[in-house]
Each structure stands twice: as C-alpha cells, then as structure tokens.
Design a protein around this ligand. Structure first.
Ligand SMILES: [Zn+2]
Length: 235
C-alpha cells in the first residue's frame, strides 16, 4: 500500500484529508483508510448505518482498502494493547506514507489517535515485539491538521480539482446531517456542510494561491535539492 490514512472516527479522514486521499488515488497510488473506532458514541446514526455510510464514502474516494480497529469510541487511550493492535495492522498493510490526525486538539480521540498512531508506526518496525509478520516502518508520517484551524501548516495540498468528490464523500454520512437548520450547528444541514467545507478549503487554498486546499504538518524536515524550483505559493 502506498498511503494509509488513520483516523479516530468514520468520516474524519473524509473531512480532514479526503481531498488529498482522492488526489493520490487519481495519481495511481494504492490508498487505504483505517478508522480506530466505529463512532458508536455519536449522537446520530447506529453502528450499522455508519458502517454502510463509510463503505459508500470509500467507494466515492476510490480507495482500495478500509478497515476498522474496533477501539471504543470516546475511549481512544494510551494503552499498550491498542498500540500493538495498530502496529500489527501497519505491519500487515505496509504503507509507505501514513497520514495521522494532528497530535493536539479539542477531541481526545482525535489527538490521541495522532499520538498512538505515531507510536504504532515506530513499534511496527521493531523486530522483537510480540507481533506477527515482517517488521515495517512507514517512510513518511504526515499530520492532517484541518481540525486545528489556527495552526500554520507545513504544506497545503491543492484539492481544487478534488473538492466536489470530497464533498460527495463527506455527504455519504447522511446520518450526521440535519434535514433543516440546527440552531446549535452541531449537525449542519447538507447546504451548511458545503459552505463550511468550501470556506475551510478556501482558507487553506489561499495560503498557496489556489482555490481549495487541505493543510498538513510534518515533524520531519523536508529535503530540498533544487532551490530555484521549490514548490511554494504560485503567483
Ligand atoms: Zn472525529
């Protein structure tokens, strides 16, 4: 597998890096998604419905694989058994690049998924751990940082051409949307959803001079060999 996006709940990948996932699928890469929980603690939609919605969204994005680790929703914790369970799957799937949720934020499931995801990537490469299969450590770890809007990203992916498909994938999670207006705005209507996603993507797209973008953070330092043609903001 070329790229694996890991997130806490079904729909997190679609919302935070769905455009980048679609872009890599379109580029011919084999991309998969691993959700840590089924989102069973969510106010709306039962597990079966959310599973169906997730399968539908996967089809829209064109990914080759999606699985769920079955950790408890609202219960993603720093537990060794969770880290090993995830490391085992990373060994089995052998992604070159992993996308994780940014390691800080409001929802503990999100930021702990980023933290234990990082540790699991490391553990997957250790030969002497009680894991099956051949040790494997992803070459690159990227953090999707859209849920932390005030953060300055390391880079932004141009998703202008993927935006409509991203929106379509997000809207597969119909149970999470209100038919009408929701005054608390916890469950936006479909129209609100389009507006919100477009506003977010526009904000980050603006940083690199394109219409729509998705933000990422890296902890690793990038290698640059050509200073004349560095891919920075288009003018
Ligand atoms: Zn979530």
């Amino acid at each position: 597998m070329d790229m694996l996006a890991i997130a806490a709940h079904p729909d997190d990948v679609e919302l935070t890096c769905g455009g980048a996932v679609i872009k890599m699928v379109e580029a011919g890469y084999k991309v998969g998604v691993l959700d840590l929980t089924l989102g069973e603690s969510g106010t709306r939609g039962g597990v079966e419905l959310r599973r169906k919605e997730s399968a539908h969204a996967s089809k829209v994005m064109g990914i080759i694989h999606r699985e769920n680790l079955g950790l408890p929703d609202a219960g993603v914790e720093h537990r060794r058994d969770y880290k090993l369970k995830l490391a085992q799957r990373i060994r089995a799937l052998r992604p070159r690049t992993v996308i994780l949720p940014y390691w800080e934020g409001r929802h503990p499931d999100h930021y702990i998924a980023g933290q234990i995801g990082y540790e699991a990537c490391f553990l997957a490469g250790l030969a002497k751990l009680p894991l099956e299969g051949i040790p494997h450590r992803p070459y690159t770890i990227l953090y999707a940082s859209l849920y932390v809007p005030n953060l300055l990203p390391t880079f932004v992916v141009d998703i202008t051409d993927q935006f409509e498909k991203k929106l379509k994938a997000v809207l597969c999670y119909a149970s999470q949307f209100s038919p009408g207006q929701d005054w608390r705005n916890l469950f936006p209507s479909r129209g609100d959803c389009r507006e919100r996603l477009a506003a977010q993507a526009r904000h980050f797209g603006d940083m690199i001079g394109v219409r729509y973008g998705e933000p990422f953070v890296t902890r690793e330092v990038a290698v640059v060999t050509d200073l004349v043609n560095m891919p920075v903001r288009s003018i």
